[in-house]
Design a protein around this ligand. Structure first.
Ligand SMILES: Nc1ncnc2c1ncn2[C@@H]1O[C@H](COP(=O)(O)OP(=O)(O)OP(=O)(O)O)[C@@H](O)[C@H]1O
Ligand SMILES: [Mg+2]
Length: 481
């Protein structure tokens, strides 16, 4: 993306004080020469005046100065510069900034000078005040509820961040910056948009009149380090026996649905389960926003497409799932079933594409079945409920329930086998579950994972795949079927 487009959405003079949040600043760059002569600077205030204001810490004066410096900087920057070359951009802006400040006759304390630099830099090439949150590895989610309330999730807990935008327009410009390179727009006629940052982070933006409290941005940061089963065991999300069991289920081609609430860790778990797929199998992943990361060689990634500005050209998850059937998949992994694609997935699972994996938004394994019924109905085929239920019961073998508990920790709370139908009812049998026993003084939930003592009815699949699971995996003296 050229700087020209970026600058079109860069805020001019801010209407409030500069942001106080800064990353560690680099040493000032040497040499401040710029090829083109700068436009004549506005008459600088007298040194005494300036020094007096800044030492008094006058917010007004700082605000004005920041606005002037940013305006001049934007005018002097070469609009054809590549904003993706962050090092070069930072260097160039640094040099210009130092020179402009000098020409303004400003003597700012070093801390203030660096803060102003970082805040201007974030406005020109970054995400404005939330850039510092995006740069913080401990922050996993950033939620902008209008200009003045920005929440973050850190270590599973939500907190109000110490940064703010200037006003609604400032937030709108940052939204514009995120989506304009994608050829999309977010305005009164299209007030909600899904997008992704260059690093894969997932972004949703929704603006007034739909968002009543101002433009709202939600960013799920793409994890820098992908998680493996060992990490989930270390976090206490599953125990070692559950890990071993789930690995056996994936290898022996169980159809598995990860069920969970929003942000509970479904995609993360789907990633971990997919990592168990044997190397020689051909995997096709289908997602709205590519979040699955696999190590296997034989992996084809498909991503759905939103309609363009004229509302045309959309390719849905459902279209892609149907297409996978013509791509000779050994495994189909669908990021999330949230519509009629559930019918295609269930049919695929029932017609030889076993070993498929997906996630569904539901709060318990039982709800997951009901949710799948509703999703299948959304395909609009007018199938009787009993037929839908029967198809689901024979397609899905295992439901893994993922939850975000009240203390912010994410855990698998049930591993439940779908055993078939009894009359009109789908028979579910828990194999593992999480038992909460209390809450400690810090609000942390105390509990443990335990096997129910029952072996899965489809243990034969695991044995047929040549995998021996010790009886202790299911608890001492586990009963078989
Ligand atoms: N077991 C875990 N322990 C700790 N953090 C986790 C765990 N699983 C996921 N997370 C973190 O929780 C956040 C949400 O995870 P993820 O994207 O997998 O959830 P999701 O259920 O797919 O969300 P959505 O419903 O929005 O798609 C991420 O920041 C992720 O890194
Ligand atoms: Mg997800």
């Amino acid at each position: 993306m050229s700087l020209l487009r970026r600058l079109e959405s860069t805020p001019g003079r801010p209407e409030s004080e500069p942001q106080a949040a800064v990353a560690a600043p680099p040493p000032p760059a040497q040499g401040t020469q710029q090829a083109a002569p700068p436009p004549p600077p506005p008459p600088p205030p007298s040194a005494r005046e300036t020094r007096g204001e800044s030492t008094r810490g006058s917010k007004e004066a700082l605000k004005e100065l920041r606005g002037r410096v940013q305006d001049r900087l934007i005018k002097e920057l070469d609009p054809k510069m590549d904003v993706n070359d962050h090092h070069k951009m930072r260097d160039t802006i640094r040099k210009l900034y130092d020179r402009i400040l000098e020409e303004e006759g400003q003597l700012l304390p070093r801390g203030e000078r660096e803060m102003m630099f970082e805040s201007i830099l974030a406005d020109i090439i970054g995400m404005g005040p939330i850039q510092i949150l995006l740069d913080d590895d401990d922050v996993t989610e950033v939620m902008v509820n209008g200009p003045f309330k920005i929440f973050v999730e850190k270590k599973g807990r939500l907190t109000l961040a110490d940064v703010r935008f200037d006003d609604n327009d400032h937030v709108r410009r940052i939204i514009e910056r995120i989506i304009s390179p994608l050829g999309r727009r977010c305005d009164e006629s299209q007030p909600l948009v899904d997008a992704r940052l260059a690093d894969g982070s997932r972004v949703n933006a929704i603006i007034p009149p739909l968002a009543l409290d101002g433009p709202t941005i939600t960013i799920r940061k793409f994890p820098k380090k992908r998680l493996y089963i060992e990490d989930l065991i270390k976090f206490g999300s599953v125990n070692a026996e559950m890990g071993e069991f789930l690995r056996a289920c994936v290898i022996s081609r169980f159809n598995i649905v990860v069920s969970g609430g929003t942000g509970s860790g479904k995609t993360t778990l789907l990633n971990v389960l997919s990592s168990f797929i044997p190397e020689e199998e051909r995997i096709i992943t289908v997602e709205d926003a590519a979040e699955i990361q696999l190590m296997q060689e034989h992996w084809v990634r498909l991503e759905s497409r939103k309609p363009n500005i004229e509302g045309k050209g959309a390719i849905t998850i459902r279209d892609l799932v149907m297409n996978t059937l013509r791509m000779r998949p050994d495994r189909i992994v669908i990021g999330e079933c949230r519509g009629g694609e559930a019918l295609d997935m269930i049919q695929a699972m029932n017609t030889g594409h076993d070993g498929s994996l997906t996630t569904v938004h539901a709060n318990t394994p039982k709800d997951c079945i009901s949710r799948l019924e509703v999703l299948v109905m959304m395909a609009g085929m007018d199938l009787p409920l009993s037929a839908i239920r029967r198809q689901i019961a024979s397609a899905v073998n295992m439901i893994v329930q993922q939850e975000r508990l009240r203390d912010g920790s994410r855990k698998v709370t049930y591993v439940t086998e779908v055993q078939g139908m009894e009359g009109e009812t789908v028979v579910l049998q828990d194999i593992f579950l999480y038992e909460q026993t209390g809450i400690d003084d810090n609000g942390k939930i105390i509990g443990h994972h335990k096997p129910t003592g029952l072996r899965p009815k489809q243990m034969w699949r695991i044995q047929d795949a040549g995998i021996q699971l010790a009886p202790s995996v299911f608890g001492a003296g586990a009963r078989g079927f």
